[in-house]
Design a binder for this molecule. Structure first.
Ligand SMILES: Cc1cc2nc3c(=O)[nH]c(=O)nc-3n(C[C@H](O)[C@H](O)[C@H](O)COP(=O)(O)OP(=O)(O)OC[C@H]3O[C@@H](n4cnc5c(N)ncnc54)[C@H](O)[C@@H]3O)c2cc1C
Length: 395
């Protein structure tokens, strides 16, 4: 097996690398993605516009919807180079770009594609995902939020929870029950909802890392035009599973993991003589770092499998679950190893002058806890792999 770039991919990698080095705002050493973005929002906006102009915000989308029509393989190369070079990435657009957009490309009408897709890139509208409800998370098909047809509209009543970005979102992809008498997987439909619609209330939830990413969203007689239903009435479950497959593939993206481990190794080497690195006192940490590096390579192989399937036009299912499961648990192990390396200094918060990297690693450890819950818990992923992947019985 030869996993090296083809000639075309290698040329594209070079093109991306020089574009990033010429145009991207310079991130602080060791800071990437949303962290870098938070530091220089304005510079990042200019950079995102440059990416949008080249169609590189959604590189694999067709050109007529604002993408660059690239293969999924080239999209992955772009993503790897961005991670490697700490170029800011539009993480806040993840639901529109990685879940809503691809679902509309698969199941939407031409009118929906033209209305929704270009604005994700052009206006960089934030989207959110209204799937989970207070009593429906893992058993998503048990949702109770109702949509009732009234003329040219559907009228929605109910509640969603854990809705990331709802407080900033312009659009929501959501599922609601449209036939309460049908078996639970067969009586729901999929909608795109304007978050400014009258009757929507968003209430923030503070997470255990003191972050405010997710929210409760209440629907009180919210009117949604019938043209905003994606896919057929009562067949929304099948549309939602496309979103979930994309979500798991995106959550499982491993492009940043290797860079995190490499940064950790550089930190360990640079600080071996001083108090912030435990490596000098605890040589066993060498083995832990070696394990993390091997694991990022394994995660990369799982990514390649998912990317190759997408490149052939297939939608990965249990393969996406394998990637999501492995890389989310790896994310937690990487965060834990960083804290082992920092010793007690890793527990200092961002207010402390003694905190290495301004306390970032302590917060990363806390926020990594949610990685194995978001997008379906590890138990649910293992269930999918066991049944759909290995053909084992459900119970
Ligand atoms: C950071 C974060 C962001 C999120 N963002 C969003 C979002 O934007 N939109 C959205 O809709 N949702 C979002 N979620 C919600 C997420 O999808 C749910 O939390 C997740 O699906 C689990 O559902 P639950 O919390 O209701 O837990 P439950 O389903 O109540 O599960 C509780 C426990 O029981 C276990 N369990 C449940 N059923 C089974 C089973 N059949 N077999 C074995 N074990 C089982 C679970 O693994 C878990 O350990 C987010 C969650 C997090 C953590």
């Amino acid at each position: 097996m030869d996993l090296r770039d083809s000639e075309e991919q290698a040329a594209f990698r070079k093109e991306v690398a020089s574009f990033i080095s010429d145009e991207a705002p310079k991130a602080k050493k060791g800071v990437s993605g949303v962290a870098a973005l938070a530091g220089s929002w304005e510079a990042s906006q200019g950079w995102f516009q440059k990416l949008a102009d080249k169609g590189w915000i959604a590189p694999a989308w067709p050109e007529e919807y604002g993408g660059a029509g690239l293969s999924v393989m080239k999209q992955f190369v772009l993503s790897e180079e961005m991670a490697l070079r700490s170029a800011p990435r539009p993480g806040h657009l993840v639901i529109g770009l990685g879940m809503g957009g691809p679902t509309i490309i698969s199941h939407g009408t031409e009118e929906q594609k033209r209305e929704f897709l270009p604005s994700i890139i052009r206006d960089r509208d934030i989207w959110c995902q209204g799937f989970s409800e207070p009593e429906s998370g893992s058993d998503l098909a048990s949702i109770k939020t109702r949509a009732v047809r009234d003329g040219d509209d559907w009228v929605i009543n109910g509640q969603k929870i854990w809705t990331s970005f709802a407080h900033q979102a312009v659009w929501m992809i959501m599922i609601a029950r449209t036939d309460p008498d049908a078996p639970k997987h067969k009586g729901m439909s999929y909608f795109v909802v304007d978050m400014k619609s009258p009757g929507i209330t968003v209430r923030p939830i503070t997470d255990m890392g003191n972050g405010q990413l997710f929210n409760e969203v209440f629907f009180d007689n919210v009117r949604v035009p019938a043209r905003n239903m994606v896919g057929e009435e009562n067949r929304g479950w099948y549309v939602a599973t496309t979103t979930l497959d994309h979500e798991r593939s995106a959550i499982g993206s491993t492009t940043g993991l290797k860079q995190q481990v490499e940064a950790m190794i550089v930190f360990a080497q640079e600080h071996i003589e001083d108090h912030t690195s435990s490596l000098g006192k605890n040589p066993m940490l060498r083995y832990e770092l070696a394990d993390r590096m091997i694991e990022t390579e394994m995660a990369r192989m799982l990514s390649y499998r998912v990317i190759s399937m997408q490149n052939r036009g297939e939608v990965p299912n249990h393969e996406a679950s394998m990637l999501k499961l492995y890389s989310s648990e790896l994310q937690q192990r990487i965060a834990a190893t960083y804290l082992h390396l920092l010793g007690l200094y890793g527990l200092l918060g961002s207010g402390s002058p003694l905190a290495p990297a301004n306390g970032r690693h302590g917060s990363a450890y806390v926020s990594a806890v949610s990685a194995t819950i978001a997008g379906g818990t590890s138990e649910i992923q293992r269930g999918i792999i066991a049944t759909r992947g290995l053909g084992l019985p459900k119970n």
